[in-house]
Design a protein around this ligand. Structure first.
Ligand code: SIN
Ligand code: FE
Length: 327
């Protein structure tokens, strides 16, 4: 078990979150598919999923990706915590932790190249690949190993592919711990990323924001410096970690928590993810899986919120239902 996340609390007591290594297998090893089938994370070393894009770097992309617009996030720190624009309108006191703007790829490259090393501000491009890309990129995209991912989609009853998100970031950028509601085959192209993952059964230990909050699906806990008074269950956390390098793919199952850190082995960090919707023919078996319980929790929260039509009424309503009756 690796010693990781040496964490310093206010009273200077240190604790570590125990992390096991995410298994790594060749695509030819049946254990890789077995883990995907049982919705467990795995790093697969040689899928050739995005080999056709192995020459992508800032210069190559700025020459060939076309003149479409790309979403670029700016953060005053190394953290890029996602928030929903739509949900932020409903919360008066919400201050977005990052700002975002649309710009041509070339402008993003200029920003990166002129970025002062001393500045704590960082940028992170995150844009779904679309039909504005130039012909060379189209050809490389067509030559992704589609038969591999489509085979997985079929054998695991995943829903349709929703998007291929291109992520281009700076060394040290961190996407803090959150979960997604899609299956993710995450392919690394340039530089390495360290991923820390937690099973969906760690829901109570990671204190996700309420569903109506702009930070829905994100943990309220800062893993680097958790507030143990507010989030005491953090001391019960145990998870997984692994590093994906160029040419490697990690399967991040739906509802698995993940924090993603761009390592400092390369000036630029490039990844492409393959997001698939949940399949709709899932068998209900008891006891329910942690994934199913998270999904159920979300649906119940949304239903109560919709019925009450006031986020402030949700907690008192839930307390009234449970306290002194089920407790
Ligand atoms: C990242 O690579 O920084 C985030 C990817 C994800 O959360 O899916
Ligand atoms: Fe994610």
């Amino acid at each position: 078990m690796a010693e990781c996340f040496q964490t310093e609390t206010e009273n200077k007591k240190r604790f570590t979150i125990p992390l096991k290594q995410i298994p790594r297998f060749s695509v030819n090893d049946s254990q890789a598919n077995a883990l995907i089938n049982s919705r467990e994370p795995v790093i697969i070393t040689d899928t050739h999923l995005v080999s056709s894009a192995c020459n992508w770097d800032l210069d190559y992309l700025s020459r060939h990706i076309g003149d479409g617009l790309f979403t670029v996030y700016r953060s005053k720190s190394h953290k890029f915590k996602y928030y929903s624009d739509k949900k932020s309108l409903a919360i008066k006191e919400f201050t977005p932790p990052t700002s975002q703007e649309e710009m041509p790829f070339q402008e993003f490259v200029n920003l990166i190249k002129s970025h002062p090393k001393s500045s704590s501000e960082r940028i992170y491009l995150q844009q779904a690949l679309n039909n504005s890309v130039g012909p060379k990129i189209v050809e490389q995209f067509v030559n992704f190993n589609w038969s591999y991912v489509t085979g997985l989609q079929r054998s695991n009853n995943w829903g349709p592919l929703t998007s291929n998100l291109l992520l281009v970031g700076m060394p040290g950028n961190v996407t803090p711990v959150h979960y997604d509601e899609q299956e993710n085959m995450f392919a690394q192209i340039r530089g390495s990323k360290r991923l820390v993952l937690f099973n969906p059964d760690q829901f109570e230990n990671l204190y996700p924001y309420p569903v109506h909050h702009p930070h829905d699906r994100q943990s309220q806990v800062d893993l680097d410096n958790p507030d143990l008074n507010r989030f005491p269950n953090v001391t019960r956390l145990c998870g997984y970690e692994g590093v994906v390098g160029p040419g490697e793919v990690i399967y991040i199952p739906m509802y698995w928590w993940h924090q993603v850190e761009s390592m400092t082995d390369s000036e630029e960090n490039i990844s492409v993810n393959f997001w698939y919707m949940a399949g709709n023919n899932e068998k209900i078996e008891y006891p329910l899986s942690a994934q199913q319980k998270v999904s159920m929790t979300r649906n119940i929260e949304k239903m109560i919120l919709q019925a009450l039509n006031d986020a402030d009424e949700v907690a008192p309503f839930m307390r009234m239902m449970v306290l002194g009756r089920y407790t």
